[in-house]
Design a binder for this molecule. Structure first.
Ligand code: 13P
Length: 236
């Protein structure tokens, strides 16, 4: 399974180093063989040696240039980073990235062979309009995206479940993932208020092939525990 931590705008450079040190030590103590991804804040990106793959939460779709405030692929190359998160709901809804922006970014990093974790998900008001409308909304987030890209991972994250403590029912997650698997055979993660106490249930759902965790991943031991839960489920 794929267990990913999106640290968002949390943990300084020093805190991230400590975090990765505790995480690595826990993962090796528990002999975790799952794929573990961590997305630190941009100033905490660094080279990393260990089991964890470091990815960037964002980067501009250019190697470098006049894009004030952004980082480009040369900044990722410096640290050997080849994994990127694209389409996260906070980038879509808080930072205003359009589908067109995301497609450009996707194509740029796909052409560089990056592993891309591409996020999709609906806001509450869309969900309330019913299943078919919701699926239509999510389908639009696949527009222009190469769903057959070999290094693609998709994360379904309902916007209303992010950081709220609310999660869809297991039946809901199962039926949405079943539909999404028809659009792409890429590994499909679930994200939105996953924590140690519900990870077993979420990871046990059909077509859930991993999790993307925000707030509950900020404590290295808790995130490691979720990796352990994934490993137990995979074995059983
Ligand atoms: P929370 O786990 O804090 O709900 O965040 C989920 C998320 O946005 C991961 O990308």
């Amino acid at each position: 399974m794929i267990i990913a931590a999106n640290l968002k705008t949390n943990l300084t450079r020093i805190e991230t180093l400590k975090y990765l040190k505790s995480l690595e030590s826990c993962l090796s103590k528990k002999s975790i063989t799952q794929e573990v991804l961590v997305f630190p804040s941009p100033t905490s990106l660094n080279t990393h040696d260990g089991k964890v793959t470091i990815g960037t939460q964002n980067a501009y779709g250019a190697s470098n240039g006049a894009f004030t405030g952004e980082i480009g692929s040369i900044h990722l190359d410096e640290f050997g980073i080849k994994t990127i998160l694209i389409g996260h709901s906070e980038r879509r809804h808080v930072l205003g990235e359009t589908q067109e922006d995301l497609v450009k970014k996707f194509n740029f990093y796909r052409n560089l062979g990056f592993k891309i974790v591409y996020c999709v998900g609906e806001p509450l008001e869309v969900r309330e309009t019913g299943f078919d409308n919701m699926m239509q909304y999510i389908s639009k987030q696949y527009a222009g995206i190469d769903t057959e890209y070999e290094n693609l991972i998709i994360a379904y994250e309902p916007v209303w479940a992010i950081g709220t403590g609310l999660t869809p029912t297991s039946e809901d997650i199962e039926s949405i993932h079943k539909e999404l698997k028809k659009k792409s055979s890429a590994p499909l993660l679930y994200g939105g208020s996953v924590k140690v106490s519900n990870a077993k249930e979420v990871l046990g759902i059909d077509d859930v092939e991993g999790i993307l965790v925000g707030g509950a991943a900020l404590i290295a031991e808790d995130f490691c525990k979720m990796c352990e839960i994934a490993q137990e489920i995979e074995k059983s």
